[in-house]
Design a protein around this ligand. Structure first.
Ligand code: ATP
Ligand code: MG
Length: 451
C-alpha cells in the first residue's frame, strides 16, 4: 500500500506550501489510520516552512490562519470551516513540567520530526510525490499490529511519561500488541506518570476506557493503572467471600466493564471502573462465613469523587461518576409509581445510565443466571416500566409543571423558600398520580396548601 487518499483541503495546503518552495506532508495518526482503512480524526500537516512562512503562504491564497501554537511551531489553517494543524518540522525537549515540552527546536528536515514521535506506527509521513516516509519501520509494525516506541523506550518515556499511557490507549483502541521491550519499559517506568498533568492523563485514559480492548489493557497493566488510581489497588485479589460472586472485586469490575455497550461514554466507564471502590473497606463476614459489603456504595462515593477531582474531570462528569458509584445498588422499581419516583430522583439520563450499569454489574457476577431468575425477571419488568414512563408525557422537574411560581403568588403565596417547597409538593403529587399536570387541578391542589 503506497497511496493514501488525502482530503482535498489538506492537499491544498500541501500544494500551496510546495509551490512556495517548502516541503510538506500529512503526518502521524492520519497516515496510520489511512493505511489501516480507518477514518482519521484529523489530518495533521508537517512542513519545512516556519510559522511566519506558513501564515504568509496561506494569506497569499486567501486562507485564514490562527496562531494556535506558534511557540511549538503550530499554525492552524482554516479551509472552508475546517481546521488543519500545520506544524514546522521540530524536535521536542523533555516535558519536565509534564505539560509542555521545555523547548522545541524547529528543523530543516523531516527525519528529526519523525524521530520525536511516540510509536513507529505514528511516525510516518506521506505526500503524493514522495510516497510514504517511514524511517522507523512503522509499516512493518502496522502490518503486524504492533506498538513499538521510536528509539529507546526508557529514554522516550523519561522525556514524556504520557507516552506510557498513550501506548496503552492505542493498544486498547486499535487492538495492537505492545512490543515486549516497550511493554517492559512501560511497566518499569510507570511511576514517571506521577509528574504528568491531570488534563493530559484524563484525555488518554478516557480514550483507553472506550477502546474495544480496554479490559485486556486494564488487566495486563493494572500496576500502571494503579499509579494513576491508587484507590483501585485494594481491589486486586480482594476475595468477596460470597458464593454469588465468581471473582475477586477487581476481576468482577473488569467483567462488568467488559459488558458495557460499545457506545457507553467515558464517565460511565470510569463509574463502572470505580463502582465497587468502597468494597475492600466494608467487608464483614457473617456467622455462615459469607462476606457482605454493606454500605460500600456510600463509602465509595467520596473515594470516587476524589479520583475525579485529581483527574480534573468536569463538574458534570464528576457528578456522573459519583452518582454511578453512589446509586448502583438501587432497589429495582417495580410499579409505575416507584419508577416515576426513580426517574424524578435521578433524571432520565442518569436513570437510564444506572440501569445500564446495573446490567453490567449483573453480568460481572460471573454466575450465569437463568432468564427466569427473580433478578432477571424484576430487571426486565423494570426496563419495560421505564420505557413506558419515558414515553408517557414525562415530568421530571418543577419547570415541567403546568403552573409556576407566579401562579402560586396570585393564589396568595408570598415569594420565598415556601414557594419552592410548594412547587416541589405539586411535582411529587403529579409524579405519584394524585393530581393531573394541568393548570386548574394544580391550582386547586395548591390552594389547599395555603396556610
Ligand atoms: P488520534 O487518532 O487519537 O488523533 P493520533 O495518533 O493522531 O491519534 P494525536 O494525539 O492526535 O494522536 O497526535 C498526533 C501525532 O503526534 C501522533 O500520531 C504522534 O506522531 C505525535 N504525538 C502526539 N503526542 C505525542 C507524544 N506525547 N509524544 C510523541 N509524539 C506524540
Ligand atoms: Mg490525531
Amino acid at each position: 500500500m503506497n497511496e493514501i487518499e488525502i482530503p482535498h483541503k489538506a492537499q491544498r495546503i500541501i500544494d500551496l506550501l510546495e509551490a512556495a518552495g517548502f516541503e510538506a506532508f500529512v503526518v502521524g495518526g492520519c497516515v496510520r489510520d489511512a493505511i489501516m482503512g480507518r477514518t482519521p480524526n484529523d489530518w495533521d500537516i508537517t512542513t519545512s516552512a516556519r510559522p511566519a512562512q506558513i501564515e504568509q503562504v496561506m494569506a497569499g491564497a486567501g486562507l485564514v490562519t490562527l496562531a494556535t501554537g506558534v511557540k511549538y511551531g503550530t499554525v492552524t489553517v482554516r479551509v472552508d470551516h475546517e481546521s488543519f494543524e500545520t506544524t514546522t518540522f521540530r524536535a521536542d525537549g523533555s516535558y519536565s513540567d509534564g505539560r509542555h515540552p521545555d523547548s522545541v527546536e524547529l528543523l530543516e528536515h523531516i527525519d528529526g520530526d519523525l524521530a520525536r514521535r511516540d510509536f513507529t506506527v505514528n511516525a510516518m509521513a506521506y505526500n503524493p510525490k514522495t510516497g510514504i516516509v517511514d524511517l522507523h519501520g512503522g509499516q512493518d509494525d502496522l502490518s503486524r499490529r504492533v506498538l513499538r516506541a521510536v528509539g529507546d523506550p526508557h529514554t522516550r518515556f523519561d522525556e514524556d511519561a504520557l507516552r506510557i499511557l498513550r501506548g496503552m490507549r492505542f493498544s486498547s483502541v486499535l487492538g495492537f500488541a505492545i512490543e515486549p521491550e516497550t511493554a517492559a519499559a512501560m511497566r518499569a517506568d510507570r511511576c514517571l506518570l506521577e509528574r504528568v498533568s491531570a488534563e493530559r492523563i484524563w484525555a488518554e485514559l478516557a480514550k483507553l476506557l472506550c477502546g474495544p480492548d480496554a479490559v485486556r489493557i486494564l488487566r495486563e497493566y493494572r500496576d500502571v493503572i494503579a499509579v494513576l488510581i491508587p484507590e483501585l489497588e485494594p481491589e486486586f485479589g480482594f476475595d468477596q467471600h460470597n458464593p454469588f460472586h465468581a471473582y475477586d472485586v477487581w476481576e468482577h469490575t473488569l467483567h462488568a466493564l467488559a459488558a458495557a455497550k460499545p457506545d457507553a461514554p467515558a464517565p460511565m466507564r470510569l463509574g463502572l471502573l470505580l463502582h465497587d471502590i468502597g468494597k475492600p473497606h466494608c467487608l464483614t463476614i457473617d456467622e455462615n462465613g459469607r462476606g457482605h459489603m454493606y454500605g460500600h456504595e456510600k463509602v465509595g462515593e467520596p473515594i470516587a469523587r476524589g479520583v475525579c477531582r485529581r483527574l480534573k474531570l468536569s463538574r458534570a462528569a464528576t457528578d456522573e461518576v459519583a452518582s454511578i458509584v453512589r446509586w448502583h445498588m438501587f432497589t429495582i422499581p417495580d410499579t409505575p409509581k416507584s419508577m416515576r419516583r426513580f426517574l424524578l430522583k435521578h433524571g432520565p439520563d442518569l436513570a437510564q445510565e444506572l440501569f445500564a450499569v446495573r446490567r453490567c454489574d449483573k453480568v460481572g457476577l460471573g454466575r450465569e443466571q437463568p432468564e427466569d431468575s427473580p433478578l432477571n425477571v424484576a430487571f426486565a419488568k423494570a426496563e419495560a416500566l421505564m420505557e413506558e414512563q419515558l414515553n408517557a408525557a414525562p415530568v421530571f422537574g418543577v419547570r415541567d409543571l403546568a403552573v409556576g411560581g407566579a401562579d402560586l403568588m396570585e393564589l396568595g403565596f408570598s415569594q420565598g423558600p415556601r414557594l419552592g417547597q410548594v412547587l416541589r409538593r405539586l411535582l411529587e403529587a403529579v409524579v405519584d398520580g394524585e393530581v393531573a399536570n394541568e393548570r386548574q387541578p394544580l391550582l386547586d391542589y395548591a390552594r389547599r396548601l395555603l396556610d
